[in-house]
Design a protein around this ligand. Structure first.
Ligand SMILES: NC(=O)c1ccc[n+]([C@@H]2O[C@H](COP(=O)([O-])OP(=O)(O)OC[C@H]3O[C@@H](n4cnc5c(N)ncnc54)[C@H](OP(=O)(O)O)[C@@H]3O)[C@@H](O)[C@H]2O)c1
Length: 322
């Protein structure tokens, strides 16, 4: 079958290991099902994989992609849940020490077909297109869990979203607004700040700018470049929810004195449960909020999408279609 996969790693030139070609069809074991992929979306995770982060050499060649929407074996329209827990695991699958994401241990979604455990599909409402639904399993699910599960935010709270242009960040802005939060956002790029306002941010700022108010919570995916600003933007007792470190994890100053003196909370967040994904789908169906799509490309032109993400050009999600 057609597939977009990683054949080798390069930290400096990740696209050198990307192949657009053919891979064997999936052979689902007992309890698994095959989804015919109609649309899939790109995440920074896919670039990390090509850099050799989170993917082992022995696992190559590996079809990339965590996110997909398509048809299950009975012809139902479904969204794929990308977190694969061990058979027999009970409870929150993001806490399973042996969990993996599609494209880490099991083949990913940038292909004609992907196999997943039967429980790893969620019905797609007719109100969402395949392209929109394909944006949800990683970036949007992560944003949903950061705000409403790990962050525990409620209507009327004020949140700061760092790095407004990212896939997770645009989801945080849209979902935060729809959830009744006051949304502040930063971006390095003036055009991205403008677009963040159009998307629903109440106020936007240059990265690192002093804010007029202290916020209840900061949503972090940038890491090193914004960490200090995130800490300094919080009210006493405020919280940072962190799910990524795009600019690197090695902060020069973790601001530990402020952390204890201001009684701040630092909360990690990774992906979400199947239940979170189902709630997210329902929220979109009920509110009319839709993922912001930067561009849609045929999967045969996946390289163009990877290059745009590597250059940080996108605003919103990059989607591949069959
Ligand atoms: N834990 C999880 O489950 C999970 C799930 C999804 C994603 N993630 C992680 O979250 C991060 C974001 O993912 P994504 O798919 O949203 O990536 P993305 O679309 O590539 O977004 C990254 C954003 O970070 C900002 N940024 C990058 N470098 C920066 C710098 N040096 N200074 C300031 N801002 C910078 C940029 O915003 P501006 O250009 O607007 O400033 C950029 O748009 C990645 O590290 C990813 O691995 C984790």
């Amino acid at each position: 079958m057609f597939a977009v996969y990683a054949d080798s790693f390069s930290a400096d030139d990740p696209l050198s290991g990307l192949v657009v070609g053919e891979r064997p069809d999936p052979e689902p074991p007992e309890g698994w099902t095959t989804v015919t992929v109609e649309a899939a979306s790109l995440n920074h995770h896919d670039l990390w994989s090509l850099r050799g982060v989170g993917l082992r050499q022995e696992a190559l060649p590996m079809i990339l992609g965590c996110d997909a929407a398509g048809y299950d074996e009975d012809g139902n329209e479904v969204v794929v849940h990308a977190v694969i827990s061990e058979p027999g695991w009970v409870g929150d699958e993001t806490l399973d020490p042996k969990r993996s994401l599609l494209s880490e241990r099991f083949q990913g979604t940038f292909a004609d077909k992907v196999m997943v455990p039967r429980g790893n599909v969620v019905p797609k409402p007719a109100s969402l297109s395949f392209e929109e639904a394909a944006c949800l399993p990683t970036a949007w699910l992560t944003a949903y869990r950061m705000l409403f599960v790990q962050g525990g935010l409620k209507p009327g709270d004020t949140v700061l979203v760092q790095g407004a242009g990212g896939g997770v960040a645009t989801a945080l802005i849209s979902l935060g607004r729809a959830g009744g939060l006051k949304v502040l956002a930063t971006s390095r790029d003036e055009r991205k700040r403008e677009r963040a306002l159009q998307l629903g941010a109440h106020e936007v700022f240059e990265s690192g700018a002093r804010l007029p108010v202290r916020v209840d919570a900061v949503m972090e995916t940038v890491g090193k470049a914004t960490w200090s600003h995130s800490i300094r933007s919080l009210r006493l007792g405020g919280k940072i929810v962190i799910s990524g470190t795009t600019s690197g994890p090695d902060v020069a100053d973790a601001e530990l004195t402020r952390v204890f003196f201001l009684q701040l909370q630092i909360i990690g967040s990774t992906m979400g449960t199947r239940g979170d994904l189902a709630s997210l789908v329902t929220m979109l169906d009920a509110t009319g909020v839709r993922p912001l799509i930067d561009r849609v490309l045929p999967m045969t032109e996946a390289r163009e999408g990877f290059a745009a993400m590597a250059a940080g050009e996108q605003f919103g999600k990059i989607v591949f279609t069959r």
